[in-house]
Design a protein around this ligand. Structure first.
Ligand code: ADP
Length: 173
């Protein structure tokens, strides 16, 4: 049985096999959690992202790539690109779900036992937090029920009170 944990705090401080970054399609860093991860992890993460870009080009929305975690207390950073909220009729839900499913797929491929997720798309990309929390929890549960043999723990790391309260109430149901 995989454990699902909820933490309020800074994902760059989490000790896990992998932490997930809410990146943008350039993979070259940005604001929010992306900026925090690159700042705390150091240049090895950006170097690895540049190498991936040179090989495959930009990362499409909903897709994920994996790099070293540099100086962070994790082994890997999984960079996934969340959808920008555009009213809800632009496949945002499917794309956000893909972020979680594809990140977990990469985690399994790399034998990750513990993985931490931020609240993808709920910052600069303005996905409504309540809807994003529903999608995040439902996709993770679905993946764990159908595909998982290796992941022992999934941690949802909420940076703000609103997300933390939302996740808490959904997870308690
Ligand atoms: P996006 O562009 O996908 O919306 P953001 O980084 O702007 O990405 O926001 C995604 C979520 O990450 C937001 O809920 C924001 O509060 C949160 N966040 C920002 N900094 C951190 C951090 N250091 N650790 C964990 N979550 C963070």
């Amino acid at each position: 049985m995989t454990k699902i944990e909820l933490i309020k705090g800074d994902i760059t401080k989490i000790t896990a096999d992998a932490i997930v970054n809410a990146a943008n399609s350039s993979l070259l860093g940005g604001g929010g959690v992306d900026g925090a991860i690159h700042r705390a992890g150091g240049s090895a993460i950006l170097d690895a992202c540049v190498a991936i870009r040179n090989k495959q080009g930009k990362c499409k929305t909903g897709e994920a790539v994996i790099t070293t975690a540099g100086n962070l207390p994790a082994n890997y950073v999984i960079h996934t690109v969340g959808p920008v909220w555009n009213g809800g009729a632009k496949k945002e839900e499917e794309l956000l779900r893909n972020c979680y499913i594809n990140s977990l797929g990469l985690a399994v491929e790399h034998n990750v036992k513990t993985i931490a997720f931020p609240n993808i798309s709920t910052g600069i990309y303005h996905y409504p937090k309540d809807r994003a929390a529903d999608v995040a929890i439902a996709s993770v549960k679905e993946f764990l029920e159908t595909n998982n043999q290796t992941i022992g723990k999934v941690i949802f790391v909420c940076f703000d009170d609103e997300n933390y309260t939302l996740y808490k109430s959904i997870l308690e149901q």
